[in-house]
Design a protein around this ligand. Structure first.
Ligand code: SIN
Length: 489
């Protein structure tokens, strides 16, 4: 049950990638019920199944059946299948990017970047599968040895967000599969088509039935099974802090490991000694990536007083130039926001800021294109009492704060319950270390507004999460350490 076009004129080279059914135990199943919209024009792209508790249980049990045979393969055999999946994703790059832009809205250039970013996790963990080593430790007895095995935990439930519909699937699924776990993934209702396209490619890559499953449908019912079924050993979630806390509470009764990547409130600190051009470019890249809809997007920009005016002038001029439109049109830099609720949050933050003395110096309203397009916006005279200082705006709005001293900037940056990413622009080497170490964040970008890569551990502290994804650290959530004592030697 596939259709070949996303919209008139948008024809996929490989129409089978536009799969509208769920992928369970190696088969495509279910009837299309829930609409998937293109946020650029509101048109319905198709319908996906509305699975509930019964179907989620079937998927978990298929993954449970598949677990032991999959874990028993050699690391090299698992690696080869992951590597084939990577090759197929890269071959399908253009089609995947088109599906991504159509259901999520980000410009095609960013969508292609996300396909590469997402594929890189599959490539990395195909390699890493062969390096999940154990240990021998000095023994307490001369006739015995202490071994530490690292074994796959079992079935993993992956719940992924709409802002990176490919990369957030692969960043969880690839390390889990590499470790020998099996997976049931539930993509966000706004963007299920990328996950389903990935499952088409996974089937072609040769994953045995039940090793990787993708289901769509009722978040409460599916989440209820993920957090209560005894076969699930890890719930890996990327999304809001509120939902993360709920999943953690629900998982408590069966003591599942809950790996959380939650919201941020990223500060950018621009010091007087920064290279102003690179600070403007870095803050701009961080702020407007995916139209401001990433957990690591700059949410608060703090600029030291001597360069405040120059920074504001250049940043605002660059923001005002950004091209806004349907992401499938070449050259667009900002797409639509994901839905009307997202626009309303941006509007609420802006009116609160204006009420509290903020001044909008570019943008500030819905774009003339209509729908959920919003202008790139800069607010000056920002201060800590504004909602946009405390909450993640998740939109194309840059509030710029003024500060005098290093200690003041660090205190302001840390005055939040979030702790995902922070950015620092300075040319003073001492300050690089002082400030990076003082920031209560899981990730710090120095003189760079873009830091995400499969090679580094992505994750937060405080209420931004408790785990790391990417790099060799990303395997840890999916393995248990088993101590084996061998005596009588
Ligand atoms: C996110 O926004 O959750 C992920 C962003 C990234 O991987 O860079």
């Amino acid at each position: 049950m596939t259709q070949s076009t996303l919209a008139p004129g948008l024809v996929l080279r490989d129409p089978a990638l536009l799969e509208m059914r769920c992928f369970v135990n190696g088969s495509f199943v279910g009837e299309g019920m829930d609409p998937v919209n293109n946020p650029a024009n509101g048109l319905v792209l198709g319908h996906v199944p509305d699975f509930g508790a019964a179907e989620a249980t079937q998927a978990v049990e298929a993954a449970q059946q598949a677990f032991h045979p999959w874990a028993a393969l050699t690391a090299k055999e698992r690696s080869a299948i992951l590597r084939r999946w990577f090759d197929l994703i890269i071959d399908a790059r253009e089609d995947l990017a088109l599906i991504l832009t159509s259901e999520q809205g980000k410009p095609l250039s960013e969508a292609r970047g996300e396909v590469d970013y997402g594929a890189a996790f599959v490539e990395f963990y195909a390699e890493e599968a062969k390096r999940i080593s154990g240990e021998t430790l000095p023994s307490h007895r001369s006739d015995g040895r202490i071994l530490v095995l690292r074994q796959p935990v079992g079935v993993v439930a992956a719940i992924t967000p709409w802002n990176f519909p490919i990369a957030m699937i692969t960043r969880k699924v690839a390390p889990a599969l590499a470790a020998g776990c099996t997976v049931v993934a539930k993509p966000a209702p706004e963007t299920p088509l990328c996950a389903l396209a990935l499952s088409v490619l996974a089937k072609r890559a040769g994953f045995p039935d039940g090793v990787f499953n993708v289901i769509t449908g009722d978040a409460v019912e599916i989440g209820g099974i993920f957090t209560s079924h005894p076969a699930i050993r890890v719930v890996s979630f990327t999304g809001s802090t509120e939902v993360g806390k709920l999943l953690m509470r629900q998982s408590a009764s069966t003591l599942k490991r809950v790996a959380l990547e939650l919201g941020g409130n990223a500060p950018v600190l621009v010091f007087d000694d920064a290279d102003i051009e690179s600070a403007v470019a870095g803050a701009l890249a961080s702020k407007f990536r995916n139209t401001g809809q990433t957990c690591v997007c700059a949410n608060r920009i703090y600029v030291q007083s001597k360069i405040y005016d120059a920074f504001v002038e250049r940043f605002t001029a660059a923001a005002a130039q950004l091209k806004i439109g349907d992401g499938t049109i070449d050259g667009m830099q900002l797409g639509p926001l994901i839905n009307e609720r997202a626009v309303q949050k941006v509007e609420r933050h802006l009116s609160d800021a204006v009420d509290k003395g903020g001044r909008i110096i570019t943008g500030g309203k819905r774009h003339r294109l209509g729908g959920t397009f919003f202008e790139a916006t800069v607010v000056i005279n920002a201060h800590s009492e504004m909602a946009m200082a405390r909450e993640e705006t998740f939109g194309p709005v840059a509030p710029i704060f003024r500060f005098e001293s290093e200690s003041e900037a660090i205190a302001a940056a840390n005055a939040t319950t979030s702790g995902l990413a922070a950015y620092v622009f300075t040319r003073d080497v001492g300050r690089v270390f002082r400030v990076s170490e003082a920031l209560e964040y899981g990730m710090v970008g120095v003189n760079s507004g873009l830091i995400s890569t499969e090679l580094a551990p992505f994750g937060g502290v405080k209420e931004s999460g408790n785990s790391r994804e990417g790099s060799h650290h990303g395997i840890e959530e999916f393995v248990d350490k088993k101590y084996v004592f061998v005596g009588g030697l």
